[in-house]
Structures are given as C-alpha cells and as structure tokens.
Design a protein around this ligand. Structure first.
Ligand SMILES: NC(=O)c1ccc[n+]([C@@H]2O[C@H](COP(=O)([O-])OP(=O)(O)OC[C@H]3O[C@@H](n4cnc5c(N)ncnc54)[C@H](OP(=O)(O)O)[C@@H]3O)[C@@H](O)[C@H]2O)c1
Length: 291
C-alpha cells in the first residue's frame, strides 16, 4: 500500500503540532512546516522517523517554493494525500483606531499565505486525489468586538475554502474547513502580548472611548488558555477530514463554538443583543464573546 503523506504548516506549537503528531501516530508520512530548525528538531524527537520537518514561512514565496520542491521530490509520482493549512496568527484592536498595516499583516498570514502554500501543492494533490484542510475558526462564522481583524481573515479563508472546493471538484480533491472555538495553545498569550504592546500606542481618545472594552479583552484573553480544550480535539477533526470516506465540508470543534454557531442563526438584532449583554461597557460580564 502507498505510504500516505501530508503537509501541515505551523507545526511548531499548538494545533499544528498536535495534528503533526496525530497523523504521524496514524502512520502517515508527515511534512511538518516550521520556521525555525530548532522547532523541527523538537518535533522530530517526539515523532517517528516518518516525520520530516520542512522550513516554510507562509509569507515568503521563496521558502514556499523550496518546501514544495522538497515535498514533490519526496512523494514522487504517487503525489500528496493531504495539506493542512494551519499556520496563523491572532490579532485585534479597536476598528476605529487600529493601524491598517495590522489588517494587511493578518490577511497576509491567514489568507494570502494559505493560498500561496496551496497553489504549488495542488499539482501534487491531484494524482493522489488528496485533501485540503483549512484551519479556520469559529471567528470565520462569528465576529466579535475587538477581534474584527482576525474574524475578517477567517471569514475570507472560509470563502477561499468554498471556492476552492468547487474548483477542485473535477479532480476529487476534497476541501474542508475546521472551525475551532477556544483551544488551549500559545496563540492567546501571543495575542495578549501584542495587545499590551499596541494599546499604549492608541491616542488617549481611544482609551477614553473604548477603555472598558479593552479592559475586558485583557481579562478575557488569559482566560482563553485556561478554558480552552486541548488541541488534540482539533487534530481528531483534521484526521476525520483527511481520512473519512466522505469528509465534512466544515467541522465545528468545541462546545463554545457550537454555542456561537447557534447564536449566529438568530436574527442579527437579537444576536447583537446577546453579544452586547456579555460586554462590560454595556452592562455584561465580559466573558465568552471576546475569543
Ligand atoms: N487556539 C485557538 O483557540 C484557535 C481557535 C480557532 C482557530 N485557531 C487557528 O489554529 C491555527 C493554529 O493556531 P494555534 O492556536 O495552534 O496557535 P500557535 O500555537 O500560536 O501556532 C501558530 C503556528 O503558526 C505558525 N506561524 C505563524 N506565522 C507564520 C508564518 N508567517 N509562516 C509559517 N508559520 C507561521 C507559528 O509558527 P512560529 O512558532 O514560528 O511562530 C505556529 O507554528 C491558526 O490558524 C489559528 O487561527 C486557533
């Protein structure tokens, strides 16, 4: 039987690492995308010899081309069976004051980067009728205050996922999106560090107007790590998307994500009222709707 193979980007930590180790344990040949050799070495030590770290920054065309060439040479005519576009960043800010370069940055990593990696790998996926999995988020269906930039990037990724699934239908290449809720990974600590750096650069007027909302974000982000479910819950969904005879087009992972999905089915005004009720500025407690 042919050895099945998968490329997973952003495998240094969190969800990507959990997916890489899960697929390795399932007997697949994993090409684990990392940006630092040291992260690749750590992953190698935890996995079987089948796992190969590959250096790839999804915003760097040369590194993507080199990774695609390396994978192509390794899989040969049999092709590639899976691509998990997982690399991503979380960011946010008050939309009235946010630096527009921050929007460009998150779109570059979370949207353009995913397609940039996918393009050169599609010809490898074709012979194997491989599958593509996009690591979206419940934020790809549900936008909350202060995380509008992140939600915009994940909504865009959902659109790319749907178009790609239709375009690749003739070759039997399935495309799924994963929509996790809050998962315990380093992403939330990184987002908090970013917020702590950027908020002091806002004009005083911004804090006068949005102070309580920003405070709520500062309180809510650290809680995300504690209340998040383990990244293996996401890896299990990715495994299903890569191996089930009929993969789902979307996987909502986590109870909080399911509640958010339910909320998004309400009429907009009612949905807004529920969200506003969770935000301190408007009398709520500031929990649950900020992540
Ligand atoms: N954690 C959650 O609650 C949650 C919920 C929904 C969706 N997600 C999504 O899940 C994915 C993984 O996030 P995570 O929670 O596991 O966070 P994480 O632990 O911070 O992992 C993010 C990964 O992306 C990589 N990355 C960032 N920028 C990159 C770039 N330009 N090129 C290549 N790799 C890059 C990071 O590499 P370095 O280590 O080199 O920075 C890291 O491996 C993201 O797409 C995120 O949006 C997470």
């Amino acid at each position: 039987m042919t050895q099945k193979s998968v490329v997973i980007t952003g495998a240094s930590t969190g969800i990507g690492k959990a997916c890489a180790l899960w697929m390795d344990r399932a007997g697949w040949r994993v090409f684990a995308g990392v940006r630092k050799e040291a992260d690749g070495a750590v992953l190698r030590a935890e996995a079987s010899e089948r796992l190969t770290p590959v250096l790839v920054d999804v915003t760097d065309a040369a590194s993507i081309a080199a990774m695609a060439a390396q994978v192509s040479a390794a899989v040969g005519d049999g092709g590639l069976h899976g691509l998990v576009n997982n690399a991503g960043i979380a960011t946010g800010g008050v939309l009235e004051f946010v630096d527009l370069d921050e929007l460009r940055r998150v779109l570059e990593v979370n949207v353009t980067g995913q397609l940039a990696v996918t393009q050169p790998l599609i010809p490898l996926l074709r012979p194997a009728r491989g599958r593509i999995v996009m690591m979206s988020s419940i934020a790809g269906r549900s936008a909350t205050p202060l995380l509008g930039l992140y939600a915009a990037s994940k909504h865009a990724l959902e659109a790319i996922t749907d178009s790609l699934r239709l375009e690749l239908h003739p070759w039997g290449i399935q495309v799924s999106s994963i929509q996790p809720g809050t998962i315990a990974t380093p992403i939330w600590g990184k987002a908090l560090d970013f917020a702590k750096d950027v908020v002091p650069t806002y004009p005083p007027k911004a804090l006068e107007l949005y102070g309580p909302l920003v405070e709520a974000l500062f309180k809510s982000l650290p809680k995300n790590d504690a209340k998040g479910i383990p990244p293996e819950a996401v890896a299990e969904a990715v495994f299903h998307a890569l191996t089930a005879p009929t993969p789902r087009t979307r996987y909502v992972v986590g109870q909080d994500a399911k509640v958010r999905m339910w909320l998004e089915r309400l009429p907009d005004r009612l949905r807004d009222r529920v969200m506003l009720g969770r935000i301190p500025k408007y009398g709520g407690e500031g929990d649950g709707m900020m992540g």
